[in-house]
Design a protein around this ligand. Structure first.
Ligand SMILES: C[S@@+](CC[C@H](N)C(=O)[O-])C[C@H]1O[C@@H](n2cnc3c(N)ncnc32)[C@H](O)[C@@H]1O
Ligand SMILES: *[C@@H]1O[C@H](CO)[C@@H](O)[C@H](O)[C@H]1NC(C)=O
Length: 254
């Protein structure tokens, strides 16, 4: 009896202390798993973002100078700079301070890329960004961290800030096909408090492509793919990257 009480007390204390550091630890874990991305995800991002070259800005001033306005939501450590064309005027929206140093360090490697605004806040409530003012919105591995009931409002805000011909680019990890062992593990982990707590709200079994299709964009073009990893399965990185192996890459028109 006492043993059980002690154990519960001990685990609760560890989690309580951990709760003060979890955002910073998660940010450093994200930097750890994304600093050498798999060739597959790099290739998918490259081919998806290729079409940004065709964008003609709806903002007369940007158009005159041959530039366009790009908003990245939830850039985290900054994993997408290398894919942006040099005529992009980049703004980012990030709610979490813990990523700031990693973001700044990774941004330094791309000094030619202009960072116009750094907004702090949540995308489901981005009052700082004017309606119809953005030519392209980008999210990579962001919607997995958005609670199910906030996903609709999040996507509605993306649509609101996009210009009439604006595009929404996304690369997200999603739940595996129903019926697979991986999907069973994802559903099971989702049912635990601990998984969400440790990963700062990651939902492993979402169907983000379905959510985008339901959000009322005029067109959606999305492809599912798997991302393999060389990291051994018994390391935290190897386990986590296998757990989130199923991805979707797509673009939606406003
Ligand atoms: C798993 S990280 C991914 C970071 C980066 N985009 C990448 O590809 O590695 C999730 C990011 O989304 C941000 N985020 C989570 N919920 C958000 C929301 N509702 N609005 C805006 N950003 C959000 C987090 O702060 C974090 O930067
Ligand atoms: C994700 O897992 C939870 C818990 O097992 C389950 O209730 C929910 O329906 C699953 N979501 C999807 C989209 O399968």
């Amino acid at each position: 009896m006492w043993f059980i009480l002690y154990t519960v007390g001990f685990v609760a204390s560890v989690l309580y202390v951990y709760s003060f550091f979890r955002r910073r630890l998660f940010a450093s874990f994200m930097e750890h798993i994304t600093s050498k991305p798999s060739p597959k995800i790099t290739a998918m991002k490259k081919s998806l973002f290729e079409s940004m070259k065709e964008i003609v800005s709806s903002d007369p001033e940007s158009k005159r100078s041959g530039r366009f306005r790009l908003l990245e939501i939830g850039p985290g450590t900054g994993t997408n700079f290398e894919f942006y064309p040099s005529n992009a005027k980049l703004s980012v929206l990030e709610p979490d301070h813990s990523f700031k140093d990693y973001f700044a360090r990774n941004k330094q490697k791309f000094p030619h890329l202009e960072l116009e605004n750094f907004y702090e806040g949540w995308a489901q409530d981005m009052k700082q960004v004017r309606s119809g003012s953005i030519d392209a919105v980008v999210c990579t591995r962001v919607l997995c961290s958005v609670p199910v009931r906030k996903t609709g409002p999040f996507l509605a805000e993306v649509k609101r800030v996009l210009a009439p011909k604006g595009r929404f680019y996304f690369v997200e990890h999603v739940g595996d096909r129903p019926g697979t062992i991986l999907r069973w593990i994802q559903n099971a982990l989702r049912a635990t408090f601990l998984y969400g707590f440790l990963t700062c709200g990651c939902i492993p079994n979402k169907s983000t492509d379905e959510d985008v299709k339901r959000a009322g964009f005029s067109s959606t073009d999305a492809t599912r793919f798997h991302v393999e990893t060389d990291a051994p399965v018994w390391t935290l990185k190897g386990f986590f990257l296998r757990l989130i192996a199923s991805h979707v890459a797509g673009v939606a028109g406003k």
